[in-house]
Write a protein that binds this ligand. Sequence first.
Ligand SMILES: C[S@@+](CC[C@H](N)C(=O)[O-])C[C@H]1O[C@@H](n2cnc3c(N)ncnc32)[C@H](O)[C@@H]1O
Length: 366
Amino acid sequence: MKTLKERGLTSRTVAGMKKDFYDQHSLVQRTLVQELTPILDAAMEEVRLPPEGRPLVMCDYGCSEGKNATSVTERCIAALHRRDSDQTVSVCYNDLFTNNFNKLFQNLSELHAKRDHEFSRRKARRNGPVFEFATGGSFYEPVMPQATVNIGISTAAVHWLSRLPEDARGLGQEARTWRKSLAEQASWDWLTFLSHRATEMLPGGKLVLSILREPNEDSAHMPFELMAEATRQLVGEGVIPAERMENVVLPYYRRSQEELLAPLGSRGDLADCFEVDRMIAATPPVPFQTQFDRDGDTIAYAESYTGFLRAIFEGIVAEQLCGPTPTYSTGELVDRFFAKVEEMIHGEPERWKLDNHWCFLSLTAR
Ligand SMILES: C[S@@+](CC[C@H](N)C(=O)[O-])C[C@H]1O[C@@H](n2cnc3c(N)ncnc32)[C@H](O)[C@@H]1O
């Protein structure tokens, strides 16, 4: 069996995508932020505030370009300032080194301008200052100094794995054969993620997460099936070389609620580090599907759905499937791939409906 390296794959997930594309095509993830608010608001009420004169430190793990991440952190900051209007807050935004941090800082500069405008318009007394930082690196490694974080947040990110199991190959139905090793990798990654946060967090701190959830043992996630079928069709049309089929794996895993709770339960490895406050399983509506159900506009539906998938998977598709061929460049192949996905959704809109199962979780650091 070939190793990942021999197959030309890196062991890390890829964050490459068109600049600004994520912010523009992540309405599905933005809807999740709304779903998370009851848990988030409760955590902001309960989090232990630092001693007087000390900053409160917040870290967002897997922030992407920041439109969604800042909507979460802004809500937290407002809630904290309702508790103590003088509280100084430091917010650190983390993502992989390859992330589009320029867009994050553009979003932050717009937020600052908006805050300034609102304060001058209302002539209100200013709240405690907010300092923003960014840090590149994997959240499967230390991200922040030991015992410094009061609030950790991660939305729609921790289902991405640190690496692919060696036997992972091929999309779609085939994916089920290597599900066990994917589950093992996911279990190790979850433990690693939580262990690093346990080291970074202060007692009484809150860790709030939204994570993709597996609704039942044997269901494959729709993007797996859809992208596998698009690959098969492009191989059939001679656009993509057949031998690349087995290279394609999507390096994420939907954990069950039991898998999420395993290290946190009374006999779990991290029982001494965190207490589970709340866990909510939800299946939020997908905005482009709701719209389609309302107006039946298959063109708009296929376009939005494809944009959503491209914002998440473009880097992976480019790396694993779309190396240049004698006929096409990587860019052309990536365009062909997503054009095929769009054509398929347009042709059979009901068949590819997205299953959108999530888990919202709030933990207290001990
Ligand atoms: C779907 S986006 C979510 C962005 C944002 N939190 C939101 O709710 O819209 C997932 C983000 O997680 C990041 N990510 C994936 N694996 C990571 C890792 N090991 N360390 C840090 N960030 C990671 C990706 O680069 C990507 O920006």
